[in-house]
Ligand binder design. Sequence first.
Ligand code: MN
Length: 205
Amino acid sequence: MNCLTVLIASIMSNFVPTLPYATDALEPIISKETIDFHYGKHLQTYANNLEKLIRGTALEEESIEEIVIDAPEGAVYNNAGQVMNHQLYFLQFTPTPRLEKPDGVLATLIVRDFGSFEEMQKKMNEASIGLFGSGWVWLCLNEKGQLEINPYPNGDTPLRYGKTPLLGFDVWEHAYYLDYQNRRADHISNLWKIVNWDEVTRRMK
Ligand code: MN
């Protein structure tokens, strides 16, 4: 590789998706400053760590979903889980939501499995506020095709347990502390306003 190739390879990471919005577009719900740190530094660091850890191993040829399933416990899984969780997280938001709540098949399943959209929302809010320390809360589809809300510690991810992650809330302090300080509940209740339900629904396939 020549110098330019090395430079480009160090900037571009297959593990860091391009944001589908400008870094200030989600303000005031998520500030540009938070996106700059969370996407630009935290996710980038997990991606860099993962790339170093899998270099020269069989995992290097796998997709992030395959890596999350196959990774040995410890540093590889911790970084892979965080990479995949953050990819899904940043791609699930939009500054211009087409819908306030899901329509179609996802709406039908939510009513079947939770009673109503508002009940699902309440359960996800409660799980997010109740998760002790750092972690994630996911709306997932289980192996039986049922919707569930599951909290996971640290970088753990539903895919590891055969569940499909649909919508994830990051409750690590780095996700909200600059904008909300200790007000995790306020941050979570605001996130619903920027969910891209078309993207969340697409993940069911
Ligand atoms: Mn995070």
